[in-house]
Design a binder for this molecule. Structure first.
Ligand SMILES: Nc1ncnc2c1ncn2[C@@H]1O[C@H](COP(=O)(O)OP(=O)(O)O)[C@@H](O)[C@H]1O
Ligand SMILES: [Mg+2]
Length: 301
C-alpha cells in the first residue's frame, strides 16, 4: 500500500497540493457509524485522482464534503493552501469558480425552463463577469465539449443523455476551474457514450492545469483517466497508489474484487464483471481511435 505523504511533498516542493484531505470523518446523525472514516489524500495541480469503491463506500460523501455540501464531523480539507473545512457562505461563493462539480444526473440541477446558456452563465455572473464576456465564454465552453452552434439557446430536454453530460462538463469548465469533482459522471451512459465522454475529459485536461477527483464504482472507468487511485471500502481507505501499482499489483482482496482479478463467490457475477470490463476497454479504444472527442458529439450522443 502506498500512502502519499502530502506534508513531505510540501517540504520538498514548497508548494501546497491543490487539494489536501486530512483524516476526514463524516457521520450522518450524532450516533451513526462513520460514512467516511479517517480518510486522507492529496491531489496535485493538474492531477487526476480516481476514487473507487462499491456503492455505499462513502465516495459521494467525500465529494460533497469537499464541495461544502456536507458538514464535516472531524478532519480538515485544504484547497490551494487554504483551510476550507468550514468555509462560510461568502468564502464558498469566492471558491465556486475554482472548485466545480459534474454529477451523474446534472439535469436535476438545471432549470428545465431556462436556456442552457443562461444556466451556464450563472456562475460567471456570481463571479462578476460582465454580460458580453459571459456569452462569449459560454459559447466557447459549449464548443469545447463538442456541442453544435446554437446550443446555448436550447432547453435541457432538447439534448440526449450524452449531450447532457457534455453540457454539465461545459458548465463545470466555463469558470476555468482548478479542480473538478466528477461523481459517477459517466455511470448512467451506455458504453460507447461513456467512452466518448471519458475521451473528451482526457482531451480537455490536456494542456490545462486542471485537477480532477474522479469518482466511480467502476474500476475500468477510473483506470482510463486517473494517475493515482484510492480504493474505499466502508468509508475507509484500503489502498492508495499509482494506477499502475493498484491495478498491476493490488494489495487488498477488496481491490482485487473490484478489478475482477480474483474469483468472486458467484461465477456468473465474475463472468459478468470480466465481460463488462472488457467491453468498456474495447469501446475506449474504438473511441480513442476515432475522430477527436469534440468532433463526434454533433448529432450523435
Ligand atoms: N443523507 C444521508 N443520510 C444518512 N446516511 C447517508 C446519507 N447519504 C449517504 N448515507 C450513507 O453513507 C454511506 C456512504 O454513502 P455514499 O457516500 O453515498 O456512498 P457511495 O457514493 O460510495 O455510494 C452509506 O452507508 C449511505 O447509506
Ligand atoms: Mg455515490
Amino acid at each position: 500500500m502506498t500512502i502519499s505523504e502530502s506534508s513531505s511533498d510540501r517540504a520538498t516542493t514548497g508548494v501546497p497540493p491543490l487539494l489536501e484531505v486530512r483524516n476526514l470523518v463524516v457521520r450522518y446523525g450524532r450516533t451513526g457509524p462513520a460514512a467516511v472514516d479517517d480518510v486522507s489524500f492529496t491531489i496535485a495541480r493538474g492531477e487526476t485522482l480516481g476514487l473507487v469503491g462499491e456503492s455505499g463506500s462513502g465516495k459521494t460523501t467525500i465529494g460533497r464534503a469537499i464541495l461544502g455540501l456536507q458538514p464535516v464531523t472531524s478532519g480538515e480539507i485544504w484547497f490551494d493552501g487554504k483551510d476550507i473545512t468550514r468555509a462560510s457562505v461568502a468564502e464558498r461563493r469566492a471558491l465556486q469558480g475554482d472548485l466545480r462539480a459534474v454529477f451523474q444526473d446534472p439535469f436535476s440541477s438545471l432549470n428545465p425552463r431556462r436556456h442552457i446558456g443562461d444556466s451556464l452563465a450563472e456562475p460567471l455572473k456570481v463571479s462578476g463577469v460582465p454580460g458580453p464576456e459571459r456569452s462569449v465564454r459560454v459559447d466557447e465552453a459549449l464548443a469545447s465539449v463538442g456541442l453544435p452552434d446554437g446550443s446555448a439557446e436550447r432547453y435541457p430536454r432538447q439534448f440526449s443523455g450524452g449531450q447532457r453530460q457534455r453540457v454539465a462538463i461545459a458548465r463545470a469548465l466555463v469558470t476555468d476551474p482548478r479542480l473538478v469533482v466528477c461523481d459517477e459522471a459517466v455511470s448512467a451512459l451506455d458504453l460507447s457514450t461513456q467512452a466518448q465522454i471519458l475521451n473528451l475529459l482526457a482531451e480537455l485536461r490536456r494542456g490545462a492545469d486542471l485537477g480532477y477527483l474522479f469518482i466511480a464504482h467502476d474500476m475500468a472507468v477510473v483506470e482510463f483517466l486517473a494517475q493515482r487511485i484510492l480504493v474505499l471500502n466502508r468509508g475507509r481507505v484500503v489502498e492508495q497508489g499509482t494506477t499502475a501499482e493498484v491495478l498491476g499489483n493490488p494489495q487488498d482482496s477488496y481491490t482485487r474484487v473490484l478489478i475482477a482479478a480474483s474469483p468472486v463467490p458467484d461465477p456468473d457475477e465474475q463472468v459478468r464483471r470480466r465481460e463488462a470490463w472488457q467491453r468498456l476497454r474495447a469501446e475506449m479504444k474504438a473511441a480513442a481511435a476515432a475522430a477527436p472527442a469534440t468532433a463526434v458529439a454533433n448529432g450523435l450522443n
